[in-house]
Write a protein that binds this ligand. Structure first.
Ligand code: PRT
Ligand code: ZN
Length: 285
């Protein structure tokens, strides 16, 4: 069978998480000699290690079938690819920023100004929508220093914590897009490759579903069973098993870690004992 070719970032902010995601699907990647291509014995998959900028193009051309890349790159490159899954990591935003000491009135402030960016396509689209006429200075890195060296009055760049802006005496004035890592797919995948993609997405889904969920076991006096079951959310209905000691049962269920501390208090008040909370690797609903 022809493997599903997946492009991921070779090194950078996305690479570790991308590899982790594949590993969580129980797919171990064996790197080839030149470290540009990896393959696996666990799933018909081939991994191409690329620069993130190239991923949308390679997926559109069919060099890779799918790719893991920041949504910002997908929107900037504007190639014929389809977003098939949002991954929830590498979250950031693309924002306009200007020197801190300037009084900002609204997007019209940018009229007649120069804006430095590595994302000219997204920026132009936004300026057109806003009816703003500004000059875009395209630069490939260190965009944040542009106002300081007199190259531009404002910048349009990726912001995450905002620390880079602050240390360059800039302030964020407009959030234009929000981005996260996504899986993009070629739009003309064969039936076989579509099935491989579905299989992969299903594995990711089961891992994601288990995220934050814990398996909970506890012992409870039988006369409190009803009340305890009432406060345990569970997938369907909890498992209740009799204990050797008369009048007591063991209850098994699933709780989200966010709910645990609230529930835990109530359980104790109802007489629950021996509460065990165990991590869950995968959940298939
Ligand atoms: O070498 P290659 O071309 O593959 O990598 P790259 O250098 O182009 O990209 P990389 O690895 O830096 O980022 C990959 C992707 O991570 C981006 O396309 C975004 O989708 C996502 N991402 C998430 C970020 C950030 N957070 C981020 N903070 N990308 C870049 N930054 C930079 C930003 O450019 C700015 O200089 O971090 C600075 C801002 O961070 P804060 O926290 O100070 O606001
Ligand atoms: Zn890049």
């Amino acid at each position: 069978m022809e493997p599903l070719k997946i492009a991921i970032q070779k090194s950078g902010r996305l690479s570790e998480k991308s590899q982790e995601l594949i590993a969580e699907c129980d797919i171990k990647i064996i790197q080839g000699k030149r470290k540009l291509v990896g393959y696996s014995d666990d799933y018909p998959i081939e991994v191409l290690f690329l620069r993130d900028d190239d991923i949308p193009q390679y997926v559109a051309d069919g060099v890779a079938d799918i790719g893991i890349v920041g949504e910002n790159e997908v929107l900037e490159k504007d190639k014929n690819v389809e977003i098939v899954k949002r991954l929830g990591f590498s979250k950031c935003r693309l924002s306009l920023a200007i020197p801190q000491d300037i009084n900002y009135s609204g997007t019209e402030w940018f009229n007649g100004k120069r804006i430095a960016t590595s994302y000219p396509h997204i920026l132009q689209k936004y300026l057109d929508e806003q009816g703003v006429k500004a000059t875009i200075e395209e630069i490939s890195g260190s965009v944040e220093i542009a106002p300081g060296i007199g190259l531009a009055e404002g910048i349009f760049d990726i912001v995450s914590s905002g620390g880079t802006l602050v240390s360059n005496r800039l302030k964020e004035v407009e959030v234009v897009i929000k981005s996260e890592a996504v899986i993009v797919s070629n739009t003309t995948l064969s039936k076989e490759k579509k099935a491989l993609l579905e299989g992969l997405l299903y594995r990711m889904h089961t891992v994601q579903q288990s995220n934050g969920n814990k398996y909970i076991l506890l012992n409870a006096p039988n006369e409190k069973l009803e009340e305890i079951i009432e406060i345990l959310p569970g997938m369907k209905s909890p498992t209740v098993l009799p204990l050797y000691e008369k009048g007591w049962s063991s209850i098994h269920s699933v709780v989200h870690e966010k709910e645990f501390w609230t529930i835990h208090e109530k359980l104790k008040n109802l007489g629950a004992e021996g509460i065990l909370v165990i991590p869950i690797e995968k959940m298939i609903m």
